[in-house]
Design a protein around this ligand. Structure first.
Ligand code: SIN
Length: 513
């Protein structure tokens, strides 16, 4: 699946040799981890493993077992065996485990962040921020665990009583992406634990080491064996088929591409399994004439260049009203040109490598296509592959102006550090352009007119709207999309509902008091 530079150096000796070629000594920072099945850290039954590489250097930083179907089944067995015990614990006990887990993750922040940077590439400060973000979901859902309430509904017949119970769905599978290797896991198994469910987590094969560290923290915080299990594999298709084919797994939560999400919807039909899907996005970012320009450009940069542009909520279409268009493009270009690109563990770096060469190819394809169709390159606009960049997958932070709807960047997720700007004249046009997408995850806009603020927020066809900010992520808010960005919400008070079934009980003949 991965191509180019990452694959060429898939062994530690190769990585060292490659580092020596360019006069540096490779530092192997990661480690070899295992699957977590029923409280035991085990090898895959085939004993095969796969390497995990650093996208900044091509070095091998660790390895993971390459699970087969029997290992996935063993993890489901473990989750199923742990279910009754976990769901019958008092909610306050489950809450304590969740809160302690958040504490242990925070205590290990530096270690987890270092491994995340080594395998994922994001700058250390961002990685540390993500560890905090991951912990915050466990803390939040520790609180929610105690608030899973039922209802007593007034019955039509006074002889009867009607109860509404909210009960754990059962065994859950969480399939998580490489862009947020810690937080996307805790955002899934955290509410699952709160609800009384047990989980099997399958992290992306590019970033499994962070996942293992997070689960070690959960285990050390006192989560009973089997409550959360970890399987890693190079074959996502095999894992998905095994999970979807097992009747004990009642719910799957997935974060990833819309393409894969659609395939999971098809697979879910077989046993009518519940799904939560946080899929692709193509966020519009509107800047009106009356915006605070400095705040707007900083918000845009925070949204667009977070994780080198590799988030589902990154700005992907930037629409600026005519009166401030030139000023915004100038300011944006100046700020982006100053961004330091390099390995994430180097102080001062704002943009790390992309996850692999395919990511670089896609960013470059969008830039070249836009230029060919008439966009103007303001800054950046190319791969970085000389000198210290030679062994990694780096792309220059880029600003394009004059982007039009026929360009790839206007319809496809770039997932890279490329900001494409277009101009608009009226509020009506801005809303039309913003809503002209198959995606509906997140939209942003800046204005100082408070009537417009409410008007625009209401008209944007998105699950999340950032008004006068480029950062919208938190544990206490319902995160998720509409249209082809998926369904279900993660975080917030409703996040735990995704892991609960609603049952109504009619008790007849009780009599009247
Ligand atoms: C994502 O990119 O999928 C998640 C981003 C976030 O939670 O902020």
């Amino acid at each position: 699946m991965q191509s180019g530079k990452r694959n060429r150096r898939s062994d530690p000796a190769g990585a060292r040799a490659a580092a020596e070629e360019v006069g540096q000594m490779a530092v192997i920072t990661g480690k070899d981890e295992r699957l977590l099945v029923g409280g035991e850290w085990v090898e895959a039954s085939s004993e095969s493993r796969f390497d995990v590489t650093n996208p900044a250097t091509g070095e091998v930083v660790g390895s993971m077992p390459d699970a087969g179907p029997e290992d996935v089944e063993a993890a489901i067995d473990a989750a199923a065996a742990a279910l009754d015990g976990w769901k019958s614990l008092p909610a306050i006990e489950r809450a304590r485990v969740l809160r302690r887990s958040a504490d242990v993750i925070r205590e290990r922040k530096d270690e987890i962040a270092a491994v995340m940077t080594a395998e994922q590439g994001k700058p250390l400060a961002e990685a540390a921020g993500e560890v905090e973000y991951a912990a915050s979901f466990l803390e939040w859902f520790g609180g929610e665990a105690e608030r899973v309430y039922g209802q007593v509904v007034p019955a039509v017949n006074p002889q009867n009583r009607v109860l509404v119970l909210r009960q754990p769905v059962g065994v859950v599978a969480a399939i998580t992406p490489w862009n947020f290797p810690a937080a996307m896991m805790t955002r899934k198994f955290g509410p699952a634990m709160a609800a009384g469910c047990t989980s099997v987590v399958k992290p992306a094969s590019a970033t499994p080491l962070t996942a293992a560290l997070v689960l070690r923290a959960i285990e050390d915080a006192g989560a009973p064996p089997g409550v959360v299990n970890l399987v890693t594999s190079r074959s996502s298709g095999m894992v998905a088929e095994t999970i979807f084919g097992d009747r004990r797994v009642r719910k799957i939560s997935f974060t990833g591409s819309t393409e894969v999400g659609k395939e999971l919807i098809r697979l879910s039909a077989g046993q009518v399994k519940r799904l939560s899907l946080e899929l692709g996005g193509h966020a519009p970012y509107l800047i009106f004439d009356d915006a605070d320009l400095e705040e707007a450009v900083d918000g845009l940069i925070a949204s667009k260049f977070r994780n080198a542009g590799q988030t589902c909520v990154c700005a992907n279409r930037i629409y600026v009203q005519s009166g401030v268009h030139d000023a915004v493009v100038r300011l944006l270009g100046e700020k982006v040109a100053r961004m330091v690109v390099g390995p994430g563990d180097r102080p001062g770096v704002a943009i790390g490598p992309l996850i692999d060469e395919r990511g670089v190819d896609k960013a470059d394809q969008h830039v070249q296509d836009a230029i060919r169709r008439g966009a103007h390159l303001v800054t950046g606009g190319g791969r970085l592959d000389d000198g210290e960049y030679a062994r990694g997958s780096f792309y220059a932070p880029t600003v394009l102006d004059g982007v039009t709807p026929d360009m790839l960047i206007s319809t496809e997720e770039t997932f890279g550090p490329v900001a494409g700007v277009s101009r608009f004249e009226t509020e009506e046009e801005a809303i039309r352009l913003a809503n002209d997408s198959v995606y509906g995850l997140c939209a942003y806009f800046h204005t100082r007119d408070y009537a417009r603020l409410l008007r625009v927020a209401e008209q944007l066809e998105y699950g999340i709207v950032g008004a006068n900010t480029g950062i919208i992520s938190a544990a206490n808010v319902p995160f998720g999309g509409v249209k082809e960005s998926g369904y279900g919400r993660e975080g917030g008070a409703v996040g735990v509902d995704e892991y609960l079934d609603v049952k109504y009980v009619l008790v007849a003949g009780v009599g009247t008091p």
